[in-house]
Design a protein around this ligand. Structure first.
Ligand SMILES: [Fe+2]
Length: 367
């Protein structure tokens, strides 16, 4: 019988090979964006940014998004480099509501360091990473993401452990990142190098109301000590621009604009729950980390093409890299990371009636 749409076939799926995307590459194997190649200076130091006042651009946004979508009816037609300040405000609001936005066919990678930074500074002062490379030509705010046969430094840092590590960037900062940009410059030839994203709003919402209440009011310690230790393995070549960071943050936070609650722990940086004994903290954090990793019903996977820019709100998402392409192939991108508000604790509500409002739970008699 010939296979139909509803009949399983035992034949090999020949069609898959012809669907693989071929990404642009230079014929001589050189980088498409040499100005953005990574540069490591072990002697480099930078000052901490210090406390600053943050007013989130999303507060100013028109919820109808007339400027963001002035030249488009959906984000397919948006050119990030052309957005007005009001359009960027609306971008902040949309990213806060949706978690992550994927913009295709952008010229963002071709407009130069200064213009790129000018755009992203709209969302907050730009973070300088403690050890990740920046371009040799300057701009220490550009965090270069690079993996290639001529520089396996990052790939080697994952040696012997899973490269899939859910996190929000730089959560050990006192004021953590907000609306963040990754601009893809060059992807592995066929496929791969995607970014995984998980909604931390949904991660919180999907827990039972009674469990949610147990989490609210808790705080946790975030530290980048593991990353520092990993970087120090580079010996004389290790870059340590800043001191190690450690910070206490609420376990459940409020987004400053949408006021949605989000689970704010991650397996890369969150070390322990304050006031819990070690075993209690380990037990709870293991559950929460597994919850973030396993719940594919609130995750998405961003596949990059030439000119793709990912804009996402770190306060309402976790994300992870993938290393699913052949070792030695070039993957090259940069991240610009604006710092935003100090994480806002959600208030513990005595009886918010949330369970009765949740039809899925109420209809199953779970309240
Ligand atoms: Fe990250």
């Amino acid at each position: 019988m010939a296979p139909s749409a509803t009949t399983l076939s035992t034949e090999a799926p020949q069609v898959l090979a012809t669907k693989l995307v071929t990404r642009t590459k230079n014929a001589d194997g050189s980088a498409l964006y040499p100005d953005y190649l990574p540069f490591y200076d072990p002697l480099e130091k930078v000052e901490d940014l210090g406390e600053f006042e943050h007013f989130d651009p999303g507060h100013r946004a028109d919820p109808q998004l007339p400027n963001l979508l002035a030249t488009a009816t959906k984000i397919d037609g948006v050119q990030l480099s052309q957005l007005s300040p009001a359009g960027l405000d609306e971008l902040a609001l949309m990213a806060a509501k949706r978690g992550a936005l994927v913009f295709r066919n952008q010229d963002f990678g071709d407009i130069g360091f200064e213009r790129q930074k000018e755009i992203v500074r709209h969302f907050g002062p730009l973070h300088i990473h403690g050890w990740a490379p920046h371009p040799a030509a300057g701009s220490e705010e550009h965090m270069i993401i690079y993996d290639h046969i001529d520089d396996l430094r990052v790939r080697k840092s994952w040696k012997g452990r899973s490269p899939v590590q859910w996190h929000t960037d730089q959560s050990p900062e006192p004021q953590t990142p907000g609306t963040t940009f990754i601009c893809m410059l060059e992807s592995p030839a066929a496929a791969g190098g995607d970014t995984l994203i998980s909604s931390s709003v949904q991660a919180f919402k999907s827990l039972s109301p009674r469990f949610r209440k147990r989490l609210e009011g808790l705080t946790a310690i975030h530290s980048n000590n593991d990353g520092v230790a990993q970087e120090l393995k580079n010996g004389n070549g290790a870059v340590m621009r800043r001191a190690q960071l450690e910070q206490e943050h609420p376990v459940v936070i409020l987004h400053p604009v949408t006021e949605e609650k989000a689970l704010y722990v991650n397996p890369v940086y969150t070390k322990r729950i304050v006031g819990f004994d070690q075993e209690e903290s380990d037990y709870l954090l293991k559950f929460l980390f597994d919850h973030i990793a396993k719940r594919q019903d609130f995750q998405c996977r961003v596949r990059y093409e030439a000119g793709t820019v990912l804009v996402w709100d770190q306060r309402v998402t976790n994300h992870s890299q993938t290393l699913d392409y052949p070792a030695g192939e070039r993957r090259h991108a940069f991240r610009l990371t604006p710092l935003a508000n100090k994480p806002i604790p959600s208030m513990v509500e005595k009886d918010d009636g949330e369970c009765d409002k949740d039809f899925a739970r109420a209809s199953l008699g779970l309240c």
